[in-house]
Ligand binder design. Structure first.
Ligand code: 5GP
Ligand code: ZN
Length: 110
């Protein structure tokens, strides 16, 4: 989608540094990190949210991207989050996993 910021990032239009990349996903640092490590795992194709994600191959590739990126940066303990819908905190409507770590994290989260 031409006006989607994560499509632009995933297509390389904004020269974003990728922590990890494969044929299906890119992983890059969140602009406003909430922990020493705060990465976003984003599919190269536009899917608005988890509610719209039907492609089982892409479901698997997103998780594989999360694991590969965490391993690459040396994160063994981390939280993964997908916010689905405005009320749940989704602000960018191109599905993404947050990968958060590098400090102790409380659970349940607020
Ligand atoms: P959401 O609120 O949709 O779950 O997460 C969106 C995340 O994307 C937020 O944590 C926000 O800081 C991050 N973000 C928004 N715009 C940009 C951007 O242009 N570049 C990067 N690297 N992160 C962004
Ligand atoms: Zn998009």
């Amino acid at each position: 989608m031409s006006d989607c910021i994560f499509c632009k990032i995933a297509n390389g239009e904004l020269n974003t540094e990728f922590v990890y990349e494969n044929d299906y996903v890119v992983v890059f640092k969140d602009l406003n990190p909430t922990a020493p490590y705060h990465l976003l795992c984003v599919p190269k194709t536009h899917v608005e949210s988890l509610a719209e994600l039907e492609d089982e191959k892409l479901m698997a590739e997103l998780l594989k991207g999360v694991k590969a990126a965490a391993k690459k940066v040396g994160l063994t303990d981390y939280r993964t989050v997908i916010n689905t819908g405005k009320e749940a905190g989704q602000s960018v409507f191109h599905i993404h996993f947050h990968i958060i770590g590098g400090r102790p994290l409380n659970w349940p989260a607020g």
